[in-house]
Design a protein around this ligand. Structure first.
Ligand code: FES
Length: 351
């Protein structure tokens, strides 16, 4: 047996350009629609994502706008599962970008199989790109021709007509150019954001210089706090308050901090308010005795267990503890029912 970091959760952040690359690499995990990319319901399950760790890694590395994120845990797996997939000589796409980073196209057998024909054609082109460009190319050529690339902007919309009569290599090259341009556009929007940030920091520095004369307390206020992570621990009041709640009760006082406090017959627990489907914030409907997500209709019982809608798993729970009669919720540690963690120490307070 060997230790491997396996993926327990995958999600998409804002900024997806619906390029199809991730669905091409991991079709059972990602569902790219006309205007967004979704995680398929099956892939909301950690057992499912663990088995697809390699393809999720590949998709994240290939994503041209870096919006695919995932959590991992270290687990014992059979040696053959942990062993890295051997690089394939016929896949030079990505070569020259970063020698310490293996080309994504060579990481999993699945992606190698898809990448090989395109990589072979691309090998003859000068300036082989990084994995994200190769993934865009692969998506454009294996999933409906140029359709995926076309979606990225009007400036690419003429490609299909123009390329129909081209020789295969020339056509590949046109798609290749379009993919490179899409990546460049994404990079330049990031640079504009960085430029704006630099301007803000510049004016901020001027302000700091002026404010130094206001005294050390002001400087202390300005400098270190900017870089500090928020404390994940939240004080949610005295234990007595929760002891007095009715069984099945939900306390929403700390929803702005991302927490619902709940009372079960013999337990007090802290629910994470994030919907386990795609991350919206459900509402507590006291008359219906359920949490209801406004995005796609997932419903959860007062204890956080899902019972309707597309979400495949219950809400998560945070670690809870009592210090000097005060209940503290530690948001840095989460417990998932589907992993059998709701009975672990720290996931509840016994009453
Ligand atoms: Fe889809 Fe909540 S985000 S149901």
């Amino acid at each position: 047996m060997a230790i491997k970091d396996v993926v327990t959760k995958v999600w998409i952040e804002e900024g997806c350009i619906v390029c199809d690359a991730c669905e091409t690499t991991a079709p059972d995990v990602f569902d790219v629609t006309e205007d967004s990319c979704l995680i398929r319901p099956d892939a909301m399950n950690s057992a499912f994502t663990k088995a697809r760790t390699d393809s999720i890694h590949d998709a994240a590395e290939e994503c041209p706008v870096d919006v695919i994120k995932f959590d991992t845990v270290s687990e014992e797996v059979p040696d053959e599962v942990a062993a890295p997939v051997a690089a394939v000589p016929a896949a030079p796409v990505g070569a020259g970008k970063d020698e310490s980073k293996p080309a994504a196209a060579a990481k999993s057998p699945d992606s190698v199989a898809k990448a090989a024909p395109v990589a072979h054609a691309a090998a003859s082109m000068a300036g082989a790109p990084d994995p994200s460009i190769s993934a865009l190319l692969r998506a454009a050529t294996t999933r409906g021709g140029n359709a995926g690339i076309e979606r990225r902007g009007d400036d690419l919309s003429s490609m299909e007509g123009d390329t129909k009569n081209l020789a295969p290599e020339a056509r590949q090259e046109r798609v290749f150019d379009a993919a490179r341009k899409a990546k460049k556009d994404a990079d330049s929007s990031r640079r504009s954001f960085s430029g704006g940030l630099a301007l803000t920091v510049g004016w901020g520095s001027f302000g700091i210089g002026t404010a130094v004369s206001a005294g050390p307390a002001f400087v202390r206020f300005l400098m270190p706090n900017v870089l500090e992570e928020p404390d994940p621990r939240v004080r949610v009041g005295k234990i007595q308050k929760y002891l007095e709640m009715e069984t099945g009760g939900v306390n929403e006082d700390y929803k702005p901090q991302g927490i619902w406090m709940i009372r079960e017959e013999e337990r007090i627990a802290a629910l994470n308010i994030i919907c386990t489907h795609l991350g919206c914030i459900p509402n507590w409907l006291p008359n219906d005795r359920k949490f209801k997500c406004p995005c796609h209709g997932s419903g959860y019982r007062p204890d956080g267990v899902n019972f309707e809608g597309p979400t495949p798993r219950p809400l998560e729970r945070f670690r809870v503890m009592v210090v000097d009669g005060l209940v503290i919720v530690d948001k840095s540690k989460k417990f998932q029912a589907e992993l059998g963690q709701w009975d672990m120490p720290g996931s509840f307070l016994a009453v």
